[in-house]
Design a protein around this ligand. Structure first.
Ligand SMILES: C[S@@+](CC[C@H](N)C(=O)[O-])C[C@H]1O[C@@H](n2cnc3c(N)ncnc32)[C@H](O)[C@@H]1O
Length: 253
């Protein structure tokens, strides 16, 4: 394919796809089944050496997929060049399929609910955590788009390893809601069920009234007096760790 064919393909797909920025995002997305119609690099030999070292399972797939373009062409396709000089476009999964995955019962791992999150970096970090713990998915309420390019960048390509969607509180999937709040019951005495919705409030104002009304349990993370709260993504990490450490199974795939 010539450079201009590649650029044409990139432009054709850019509107409907999400940008995978850097080698690691592409690696994760491919491992979790993302459809990647176009992938470019300003340094093919370097990218394939990285594959050899860090992702031998994908060496062949990357060899077939990665097209080399001049560095300036690569740089023109991304907001900020990545040290690995790799960029790709991946097809965003259909909302209907994501909603099916989120609503499927019986559920074997919790859904994380971020109620009105504000910070795109936090949302990306939470999606990465959910992927790592094999959570069923991450739902956001409110205006933040969990597929915003900055969230996808923060998620390191792991949006494809868990179901990610935005929903109104009234449309949340079925399941008992365990809402995290410093005023709740100490998490150390609880076992979080696999079908739980684990809900977390916004960075600024905590849980909304609507989410509180839907909550079955309020749960607190241990924190000494005079500390007001933990960071949102940190709270999700502790809660998922507690779920896994008290018998929740981290899925193999
Ligand atoms: C940065 S905190 C929100 C702080 C906010 N100023 C408030 O009034 O709650 C973001 C979310 O993390 C969770 N969180 C933080 N610290 C927690 C704790 N000690 N126990 C339970 N949840 C906590 C809650 O879900 C909270 O809504």
């Amino acid at each position: 394919m010539t450079d201009s064919d590649l650029l044409g393909a990139w432009r054709r797909h850019a509107g409907a796809c999400v940008l995978l920025d850097g080698f690691h995002a592409l690696k994760h997305a491919l491992r979790f089944g993302a459809e990647v119609p176009v992938a470019v690099t300003g340094d093919r030999a370097g990218a394939l050496a990285l594959a050899e070292e860090l992702a031998p399972d994908l060496r062949e797939a990357l060899d077939a997929l990665l097209a080399e373009v001049p560095r300036e062409t690569y740089a023109s396709l991304v907001p900020r060049p990545h040290p690995t000089a790799v960029a790709a476009l991946a097809v965003r999964p259909a909302r209907e399929a994501q909603l099916r995955a989120l609503g499927h019962l019986p559920r074997t791992a919790p859904v994380v609910v971020l109620d009105q999150p504000r910070n795109l970096g936090n949302a990306g970090a939470v999606i990465r955590l959910a992927a790592g713990f094999g959570a069923t998915g991450v739902v956001t309420t409110g205006p933040l788009d969990p597929w915003h390019p900055t969230v996808v960048r923060g998620g390191a390509g792991l949006h494809f390893a868990t179901a990610v969607e935005r929903l109104d509180v009234g449309d949340l999937p079925l399941g008992p809601v365990f809402a995290l709040d410093p005023e709740g019951e100490d998490i150390r005495g609880l076992k979080l069920p696999d079908d739980a919705l684990l809900a977390f409030g916004s960075e600024r104002s905590g849980l909304s009234d609507e989410l509180r009304a839907r909550a079955d349990h309020l749960v607190a993370l241990p924190m000494r007096p005079q500390v007001s709260s933990y960071n949102l993504a940190t709270s999700v990490a502790m809660t998922l760790y507690h779920w896994s450490a008290t018998g929740g199974a981290v899925r193999a795939s």
